[in-house]
Design a protein around this ligand. Sequence first.
Ligand code: SF4
Length: 493
Amino acid sequence: MKMAHLTSETFDQNARGTLQNVQLRGALRKLAATFGERRRTVLATSEDWESWREQARQIKDETLVHLDSYLEQFAENAENAGAQIHWARDGKEACAIVLNLINEQSASKVVKSKSMATEEIHLNTALEAAGINPIETDLGEWIIQLAGETPSHIVVPAIHKTKNQIADLFVEKVGIELTEDVDVLTRTARKILRSKFAEAEIGISGVNFGVAETGTILILENEGNVRLTTSLPKTHIAVMGIEKVIPKFADLDVFLKLLPRSGTGQRLTTYQSLITGTKRNSGDEGPEEVHIILMDNGRSKMLAHPVTRQSLACIRCGACLNACPVYQTVGGHAYGSVYPGPIGAVITPQLIGFGKAKQLPYASSLCGACREVCPVKIDIPELLLHLRAEITEGTANGTERRKSAKRNFGERLAFSFYSFAWSSPTLYKLGTKMARLIQRPLLKNGRIGKVSGFLARLAPPLGAWTAWRDAPAIAPQSFREKWRDELKAKGKS
Ligand code: SF4
């Protein structure tokens, strides 16, 4: 199974495949342990953590409710500072705008910094189809570009690769002697990428935050490649999801505290590039043209409902991935989306449609670890349940509605019978006695199901439960029976 080509539609098969990958599971365990520990360490000395979270969430909520006016304010101020604003309804339009800008300048040399928004719209594929080969300049992104893969984590895109695999890749694609010396590998990448920066005509980046008050964009990073991408080429194109806008410059303070601490356990990222328009004087450093593409691509739909709206508060720190037992087990590629993990399970179906990703809201144990670590207090379990309800009730789209209507009839019938039987004490007693008898040959260690290794599946429809998990056995005695026995034992019957 080539992990780069997995789709969200086949999440269950993908997950079964990646479960067999021992090396991947080792890498994911290491990721969770390392990032979890770093985060815990930095939070131990961040006494105001909870109030920062609260403050950030309030800023996001307020912004999202008035998103239209903040976007207009952002656009106006960015234009006043010399930037050019473009509006893209979807990914296709955003890619077309980027391509037009490149063509207008008859440019062919393009460098890119890591950007989930551009991954989301498959910008590289669109540019490559038009004969432009953008070079990724974040080390992890460059590695997976060389490998022809997609990111498996929103902060550490090449987390699924071992040092040996990267060494082999460098031999094959870069032509160096085989070495596992990390310094040699990074120096090689640095040398190659520096020459790409020097000759680049266009630099493409994403945006972490856009400040409405000043028209400034902020991009965070640790390698220095964003700064080179956005300042060396004559033209800088920034692709920004419309949810990235925040009202005031001072609001950055709280997000700058939350994002690095939550994502990588740092107090601050190594670089914070604040860009307000173009360079002012010809002798200044920086691009002559700055283009900011404000992209919707499904975000307006998320905005429309108070529950799904909170998906747009995400600051892409990656903490929910590191904390998620499902992500830690199956890895990012199994989700078949550039957004994996809990936040991916929430936004991917909303971005690409339930028809293509309806398994993802079920890729969760609802343990709540994601909600606990989220720096902007997104209630991901609530979102997952909301999306599951939409899928079940068929509000996702017409086809779903028809399919689920049939399913609902069966469910309604089963629950009517259950309600009838459990409303009568006699039927209830009889039913539980019979169930205890029936389960007897199926039990192993007090459980029924595939995981206990005894029975592959119960008969349908209960088999849908035991195909993936054990069902606990019905207790040998009911509460009433136990109580009666206790009273008898005390001589109070
Ligand atoms: S949902 Fe929260 S924890 Fe997950 S990436 Fe977004 S901000 Fe970070």
